[in-house]
Ligand binder design. Structure first.
Ligand SMILES: Nc1ncnc2c1ncn2[C@@H]1O[C@H](COP(=O)(O)OP(=O)(O)OP(=O)(O)O)[C@@H](O)[C@H]1O
Length: 316
């Protein structure tokens, strides 16, 4: 697996304040990576470090295997900040023409790049419109075209979906998929999980400058499995006492309840969210205690629930 982006113990301080704390990030080439976290988590700081706009306090950044320098960042990265500057009196094509010239493009090649980018972001029909008359979604797409003028292999997009209406968000997702199909690696940030999860191949959740969880959506879901409650059904009512006495001895078990109308069904409340191994351990223990079990299900916490829990306890 080739990594497009890798950080090793990346740390950044603003004076004494630690905004990023030993962040280890891995983004595969040709993937869309969602970088998700509540306000102030450290997303913008990370993206600015990756774009070479600020220098880390410590740690290392590698882009496509190369150690990051100002020059390599300029060549390899297209960065879209989370704000759109004011460009009064510039027409859409002039805006792109200006940035393409900054990268040294001239003549027929310049015109070709501007035309191709306008086509890519579906703004050809608006080429002569003034930038400030565009909708938020169109401005966002124009900004993306700006990040693409030098055809970088890596795109870093800070909150690209913020402020977009549902239709513009769908269009953005389609554009991101097109860019991935062109071979680009895309890392985008958001503080709203649902905005992104669907389009991402992998996600990382950051909070207080630390990576909480990272991986493909399936891996992340698996890490969150399971919940804090297990439903259990035993085959024989005579096993109830053995089952309850075994469970009562387990430190993870907080409470056990049965349904009066169905004494073979038990609900186990756990002291904490348990992982798959701990669940399997409880099941194996019950079986070893001689309890025949017909149903055993741990309720998974969904990614959305996990993220909400994380952000709800955040005081910032
Ligand atoms: N220039 C700066 N000087 C001092 N502190 C800063 C500076 N920039 C950011 N911070 C602090 O660093 C932390 C991380 O900020 P950052 O902008 O990276 O977070 P974020 O996840 O992008 O948040 P948001 O979603 O609100 O944009 C925050 O507590 C912020 O207040």
């Amino acid at each position: 697996m080739t990594l497009a982006i890798e950080t090793i113990n990346l740390t950044h301080r603003y004076r004494k304040f630690v905004a990023l704390d030993h962040l280890n990030l891995q983004v595969s080439q040709g993937s869309i990576y969602g970088f998700i976290g509540p306000n102030g988590a450290g997303k913008t700081t990370t993206l600015r470090l990756l774009a070479g706009l600020i220098t880390p306090t410590s740690g290392e950044i590698r882009l496509l295997g190369e150690r990051l320098t100002m020059r390599s960042a300029q060549r390899l990265v297209g960065y879209m900040p989370d704000f759109f500057g004011v460009y009064d009196d510039l027409r859409v094509w002039e805006y792109l023409d200006f940035f393409a010239r900054c990268y040294g493009l001239r003549g027929a090649r310049l015109r070709q790049v501007v035309d191709e980018l306008l086509d890519l972001v579906d703004l050809s029909a608006k080429r002569d419109a003034f930038v400030q008359t565009l909708s938020r979604g169109m401005q966002q797409r124009l900004c993306l075209a700006h990040a693409l003028v030098h055809d970088p292999p890596i795109l870093l997009l800070d909150e690209p979906a913020s402020g977009l209406d549902p239709r513009a968000r769908v269009e953005l997702r389609e554009l991101l998929r097109t860019l991935r199909d062109m071979g680009k690696t895309i890392m985008l940030s958001s503080h709203i999980l649902s905005e992104l999860a669907e389009v991402c191949d992998a996600i990382g959740i950051i909070d207080h400058g630390r990576m909480i969880i990272s991986g493909s959506l399936a891996e992340v879901q698996q890490q969150l499995v399971t919940g804090s409650r297990i439903r259990l059904r035993i085959v024989h009512e005579r096993d109830l006492t053995s089952a309850v006495s075994f469970l009562q001895q387990q430190p993870l078990v907080q409470a056990i309840s049965t349904v009066p109308a169905d004494p073979r069904s038990l609900t186990i409340e756990l002291t904490q969210t348990v992982n798959e191994e701990q669940c399997a351990g409880l099941l194996a223990g019950l079986v070893q205690a001689g309890v025949a079990i017909s149903e055993f299900s741990a309720r998974s916490e969904s990614l959305e629930e996990f993220f909400l829990r994380l952000t709800m306890t955040d005081a910032r």
